[in-house]
Design a protein around this ligand. Sequence first.
Ligand SMILES: O=P(O)(O)OC[C@H]1O[C@H](O[C@H]2O[C@H](CO)[C@@H](O)[C@H](O)[C@H]2O)[C@H](O)[C@@H](O)[C@@H]1O
Ligand SMILES: O=c1ccn([C@@H]2O[C@H](COP(=O)(O)OP(=O)(O)O)[C@@H](O)[C@H]2O)c(=O)[nH]1
Length: 733
Amino acid sequence: MQKIHIVSNRLPFSIKEDGENITLEASVGGLATGMKSIYKDYGGTWIGWPGIDSDTISNDKMEAIDNLFIEEKCASVHLNSEEIHLFYEGFSNRTIWPLFHYFTQFADFNQEDWETYKAVNQKFADAAIETMDDGDAVWVHDYQLLLVPEMIKSKKPNVTIGFFLHIPFPSYEVFRMLPWRKEIIKGMLGADLIGFHTYDYERHFFSCVRRLFGYEISFNQIHIEERIIIADSFPMGIDYEKFLKSAQEVGMKSITEKSELHKELDKYFLSSPDRKLILSIDRLDYTKGIPNRLKAFARFLEKYPEFRQKVTLIMLAVPSRGQVDHYQQLKKEVDELVGQINGAYGSINYTPIWYFYRSLPFNNLIELYSSCDVALITPVRDGMNLVAKEYVASRINNTGALILSEMAGVAKEMGEALLINPVDDEEMADCIHQALTMPVDEQKSRMSFMKERIQRYDVFKWANEFIKSLKKAESIQTDFLAKRITKQLANKLVEKYSGSKKRAIFLDYDGTLAHFKKNPLDAKPDEELHSIIKNLTSNKQNTVTIISGRDRYTLEKWFNGHKVNLICEHGVWLKTVDGEWEMLTTVNNNWMPNVRPVMENFVDRTPGSFIEEKNYSLVWHYRKSEPEQGELRANELKDELNTHLSNHNLEIMEGNKVIEVKSGGINKGVAALKFLNNQPFDFIMAIGDDWTDEFMFRELPESAVTIKVGLKHTKAAYKVESVDAVRGLLKMM
Ligand SMILES: O=P(O)(O)OC[C@H]1O[C@H](O[C@H]2O[C@H](CO)[C@@H](O)[C@H](O)[C@H]2O)[C@H](O)[C@@H](O)[C@@H]1O
Ligand SMILES: O=c1ccn([C@@H]2O[C@H](COP(=O)(O)OP(=O)(O)O)[C@@H](O)[C@H]2O)c(=O)[nH]1
């Protein structure tokens, strides 16, 4: 990996104008802080939108701004009024944002917005492509740029791409509402590594990938024909030391050094020693649960009147996305609620809510964090929520209490906070009471646990862990490519094949010669496969064997007329070209009456699954079932079977969406060796796709050409990506 570039909607600087003078001001946000260490250390460029409407400024001024960005190793992507309206306010913030935060009733599905979203994503991708060399890596951020990974990958397959989603990834039941759901997933899958804040978002993503595309997922790897994609969770952190140090500095300031805000806070506490402050900070966004929070605060004042006059809520609402109607409506609602509550509970010398509708400079934020006794952070949904971590980091003596919504990603890491349901006014009101009356020892104990965690996993660690995984994703892909049969390697294998005189060729059927079908009986050989087998078997030097888990009647019917040997049921039966069926091993099936009812119970409980009965095995198929349920039940079934099988010499085999129970000691490896029977073959080749084929790969002599179909870990010497690639190779022979 050479340089690492960053692509995000916003650049990490904002433009400051003072008359004619234009300067850039560095953002202090978490993303900007974490990424600066990455793109500068790795000599990359940060590609993004400078945050201005290119229609509103002259070309000269735009050029001057671009040059300022270039000095900071940033490349700007210009957006005009229409693009800002349809891409940023439109598809990003009127479609994806509400939908991914479960505000389905707010989500617009507008074709024009979608078209512009695609076009603007292409603009970002093109800017990245122009900046990158082969071998570089790029880290793309967030929901505004979901299509960028695929757009880059399709033009530059030799760069490694990371993607991080900063907002929740919703459950499939919500995601499926999106008319362009497949395109969005395809866009993300252009990345080699996809990161989320929490495991819940990750598993929702996997579930969408499975349902929409049926791709195989093992552990956290998605297997697509020619690529492996890793998805993982990386909970974003903050610059812990910076918050801690700034809070220490604030604590040491003399009266004259203090800001106006800080003096006001001091005055508030001095006026009565038992006064308390509750803090609320967020962008004014409907996902942040501000109206519910206000109602709960009002309920608290109503339910615990002894706290009136003594407790004030400081509410900082930072203006955000003001052109989007739902944000305008929220502003109105919040203004009204604050007015009502202050009207109902306030007096000449007491204002229950101090409401600021603006952003505050960093130092003021620290003053608020360190002065407030309670932080009330109650989003209805939030990808992470860094404010919660910043509050904890700024509590230098470990006092204070954090009330946190269980719907924020950060709640997963903050088990010691007072976790609440953000729409439950009553619970929140009681929690406010609990926080305000919490003994100091308890505050310190809870706070110190949380602190330790956010100190360890800070924003730098977060960024470095992501890059480490990106490098791992790159090496997994390289390993695959090393075993992969390229055109060149295929030519070499064909040369070896042609130079040999007596050849044994073992071919698995499903997933190797034929694509999987929902109903296994539909996977019969097509014209192309018949002609491949005909061609291979017409060469007298070839001994071709189909070696499969299937029952003998099906294979005999399908390959009737071909000069091919058949090994069925994983090695129980053999039929040579002109011979009759013979058993390769002696087995009995007196265990079946015990096992069948167990499987039947699983068929009843798992819609779409069914039992296949072979002569010497029973198979439970779940390809047609709901994917997660199928896997869950498969594990359960294995567990249950183990308890029933202890008296028999049986084996449980896990194939591709099947669990097969058969007599022990039978497998494709044993069968292949018996078949070879020490004959002098000078070329042995075996191709297979699943776990049952690994027996063959292991047992055959080292000189054999063993080939795995798919990207999973294997004993085979080579890998090909698909059934079509297998057919391509066989056609060359
Ligand atoms: O760029 P804006 O439209 O002004 O919005 C500001 C940012 O809001 C979102 O923040 C998210 O990222 C945080 C850090 O990972 C996370 O803590 C929070 O829960 C998210 O909502 C958005 O994802 C960013 O792209 C915006 O720039
Ligand atoms: O006046 C303000 C208020 C907040 N913040 C910062 O805005 C970020 C908010 O991030 P969070 O993850 O909590 O929510 P988001 O707004 O990204 O959804 C935090 O780093 C705050 O310190 C800020 O810079 N100025």
